[in-house]
Design a protein around this ligand. Structure first.
Ligand code: BGC
Length: 754
């Protein structure tokens, strides 16, 4: 960074601190007064302590590990020079550590305990990408609410979720943690999740602070390789990457934001003043705190941005990274940096103020033990009500991709061959970010078929994973053993229908789990081909943490069901969908490619200058693959059918009102996700061919019709230019409404903003 730019950044950040102060002075609250009074009593060392977060080591579910690191950490807690711990979980354990902080340190400032509660805590919910497929904001909020209740019952105050990273790249293993490729859906879901975690009142003992992460752009890692370089245009930053964060901060008041491992415009997110000071804390007025990603401050040295740890500490604090997770650069260097005059004390105060504010809001100063109650811990975790909701949302997360000749639902008495290692797997459905959910605790499809009294025989066909990889371990896949094929083929031959469950082990998606091939790992594809040949009435159930390439299956298998990793109640939810007890309603939150070479393939792309097919080769296309995805964003079938009609768009003032009628034209009741897309035909910055701008999930009985109205205003019809200015321009638009992003029903309207 040049000296001039650094000066500019310093000027901006002092400006944003001053603004925050002004806003506070206008509205002095009890909390602000308490924060200021405490701040006034703190030494510089104690202040820096608040900016430091350390992780517990070893098995966090077992007894506290008695090793050197832990001893050091506890000494720091007692000295009041640690502000937060992560991975300390459970009433007993949290109480011990909180005691050290409250009863031994000079000022007795309570710690805030953070943990990755990503898709459930003890009760496991579908992975976030799966939940996103439900498009059911109420249920998504409820799932986060339950996760918060369980996490709080185990002494936690803070989750590192939701991940609001938009991603168009299924090679990136962390797509499982997000809401997919669309900024509008992503924003709605981020808001729902933050509201679920934080509830209406953060000081209640069953609410926890949320973290929107990873700020920003982490979902755009080049080639989907985790932690890789990120390089996108500023229009992509403002229109695609930032909207979910903005919504989570401005609409849902997310109390913390986590920065990211990646660079944005050549500057690591952790040291990025533009993102953290100008946009987040400046423009959006965020008054919570920013936590770094795990040692991301230190990683600025590897990026080639900071020369050494001391410089990394300076750059991170200057840029607005308030709390440092695990790299220890703040306690090692900030004191010296302040004393030498390189870091203004006001910067430290600003960061401490933000952290103390959130601790006060959580009620930790009133009762540092308020989250600690053994009886609540026992009553809340894995309660029947929590499991019932987990089942409900798992059902709604399942997407019926294909269903030729109504092969599904299964009919009473039909003889079924159930095939595949994942059908009996009680662990993979728990997913990768499993928090405190027990291994092997999900209801498998085999368990659920038994419970539902289905007439079936089970054959594994082939082992998927050799061994049992944990969170940090590479997964070893079976690529040789086909000894179970013959039993599976025989079972398929002897059955009316086959249900074959294939896909990824839980540990094959998630952090550090990038893949270049998106077919079925190991020998599963061969098994699928053998089984399909033996019985054409084959239903493929895909368990995966990301979109896989299903092109062969699409051509050769009659029915395909996308089942993600669905959580504790996985098997029951799937059985309810396969038998028609629940009529599937999920819609894809991410496009499914035909082949890896198409990636990134996403619905809201630009038109290009040469979009139209012509006989010669000089149009925008591949010579060996279609442009379109195999299954587009928003796709998902039902056991009934829906018809859309009477689409009308009327502009009044700066609003356009859109009406449409949806009818259930089939024989069973069903839920439909009615999706509204717009296209801005010509603008000062080119706009995508379609953009989601509204959706509604409705239940229709057979024969029932419903008229729906959507409102499009400046927020929906405007866009950001490359300077981050929001523009609302007049002109012609098209609106499309239907059950998929390729919906054909459309009408034009002209729009004239006031
Ligand atoms: C991840 C974060 C996570 C943190 C703490 C990091 O490796 O990128 O998303 O919250 O670890 O577990």
């Amino acid at each position: 960074m040049s000296a001039v730019l650094r000066l500019l950044c310093a000027a901006t950040l002092i400006g944003s601190i001053a603004n925050a102060g002004a806003a506070m002075a206008e509205e002095p609250t009890a909390i602000e007064a308490r924060v200021e009074s405490l701040l006034g009593q703190m030494t510089l060392e104690e202040k820096i302590g608040q900016l430091t977060q350390l992780s517990n080591v070893g098995d966090t579910t077992g007894p506290l590990p008695d090793d050197e690191t832990r001893r050091r950490n506890m000494e720091l807690v007692k000295a009041g020079t640690i502000g937060s711990m992560l991975n300390v979980v459970g009433v007993e354990e949290v109480r011990i550590v909180q005691d050290y902080a409250v009863n031994n340190s000079r000022l007795g400032i309570p710690l805030i305990f953070g943990f990755d509660v990503v898709h459930g805590h003890k009760t496991s919910f579908p992975i976030p990408l799966g939940e996103a497929a439900s498009w059911d904001l109420e249920l998504i909020e409820e799932s986060a609410r339950i996760a918060a209740t369980e996490a709080a019952a185990q002494g936690l105050n803070w989750t590192f979720a939701p991940m609001a990273d938009i991603s168009r790249d299924p090679r990136w293993g962390r797509v499982m943690e997000g809401a997919g490729e669309d900024p509008y859906l992503g924003a709605e879901i981020a808001v729902a999740r933050v509201r679920g975690f934080q509830g209406n009142d953060l000081s209640r003992p069953d609410t926890i602070a949320a973290t929107v992460k990873h700020f920003a752009g982490y979902g755009f890692s080049e080639s989907g390789r985790d932690y890789n370089t990120v390089d996108f245009s500023s229009t992509t930053l403002f229109n695609v990457v930032l909207p979910p964060f903005r919504a989570a901060v401005k609409r849902a008041n997310a109390r913390t934001v986590m920065n990211a491992f990646n660079i944005v415009n050549g500057i690591p997110a952790t040291g990025n003043t533009f993102l953290q000071r100008e946009i987040l804390k400046g423009e959006w007025g965020f008054d919570g705190f920013v936590v770094s990603d795990w040692a991301s401050g230190l990683e600025m040295i590897n990026h080639g941005f900071a020369a050494d740890e001391r410089e990394a500490a300076r750059l991170a604090i200057q840029a607005g990274s308030d709390m440092d997770m695990e790299s220890f650069i703040y306690p090692d260097h900030l004191q010296d940096l302040v004393e030498s005059g390189e870091v203004p004390p006001a910067l430290i105060d600003d960061a401490v103020r933000r952290i103390l504010r959130v601790k006060y809001e959580l009620g930790l100063f009133d009762d540092p033990y308020r989250y600690l109650d053994e009886s609540r811990e026992t009553a809340v975790l894995l309660s029947p009500e929590n499991l019932a909701t987990a089942r409900k949302i798992a059902e709604r997360s399942i997407v019926l991709l294909k269903n030729d000749d109504h092969l599904l639902p299964l009919k009473n008495g039909e003889k079924v061959a159930l095939i595949g290692a994942l059908a009996a797997d009680k662990d993979s459905p728990i997913g990768n970010w499993r928090a405190m959910s027990e291994s092997d605790s999900a209801v498998s499809v085999v368990d659920a078929f038994e419970a539902a009294d289905i007439n079936f025989t089970y054959a594994e066909g082939a082992v998927l994973e050799i061994g049992n990889a944990g969170f940090p371990d590479p997964v070893v896949v079976n690529t040789e053993d086909r000894s179970g094929f013959s039993e599976a083929v025989a079972a398929a031959r002897g059955a009316d229908k086959v249900v074959i469950v294939l896909g990824e082990d839980a540990r094959q998606s998630g952090e550090g789990r990038s893949r270049t091939r998106l077919g079925f790992p190991g020998v599963q594809q061969e098994l699928l081909e053998a089984v399909t040949q033996a019985n054409p009435n084959t239903i493929l159930v895909v368990m995966s943490g990301r979109p896989l390439v299903l092109s062969w299956a699409d051509e050769n298998v009659a029915s395909i069901v996308q089942a993600w990793h669905l959580g504790s109640e996985s098997g029951h939810a799937l059985t309810n969908v396969l038998t028609g007890k629940y009529n599937p309603s999920g819609k894809l939150p991410m496009s499914f490619p035909r082949s890896v070479g198409q990636v990134p393939v996403y619905y809201n792309h630009f038109n290009t200058g040469r979009p139209d097919e012509i006989p010669d080769v000089f149009w925008s296309h591949f010579t060996d693959e279609k442009n379109t995805p195999l299954y587009p964003f928003g796709h998902g079938l039902s056991y009934t059918s829906f018809a859309y009609s009477d689409l009308a768009a009327v502009s009044e003032g700066d609003t356009c009102s859109v009406e449409v009628t949806v009818a259930n034209t089939g024989k069973v009741a069903g839920e439909e996700v009615v999706q509204l897309y717009i296209r801005d035909r010509a603008a000062s910055v080119v706009r995508p061919v379609r953009e989601l701008k509204g959706f509604r999930k409705i239940l229709l009985q057979p024969g029932e019709r419903k008229a729906l109205r959507f409102r499009l205003g400046p927020d929906e019809l405007g866009f950001y230019n490359g300077d981050g200015e929001f523009l609302v321009e007049s002109g012609m638009f098209d609106v499309f409404v239907g059950g998929v992003s390729t919906a054909e029903l459309s009408t034009p309207f002209s729009y004239e903003p006031r």
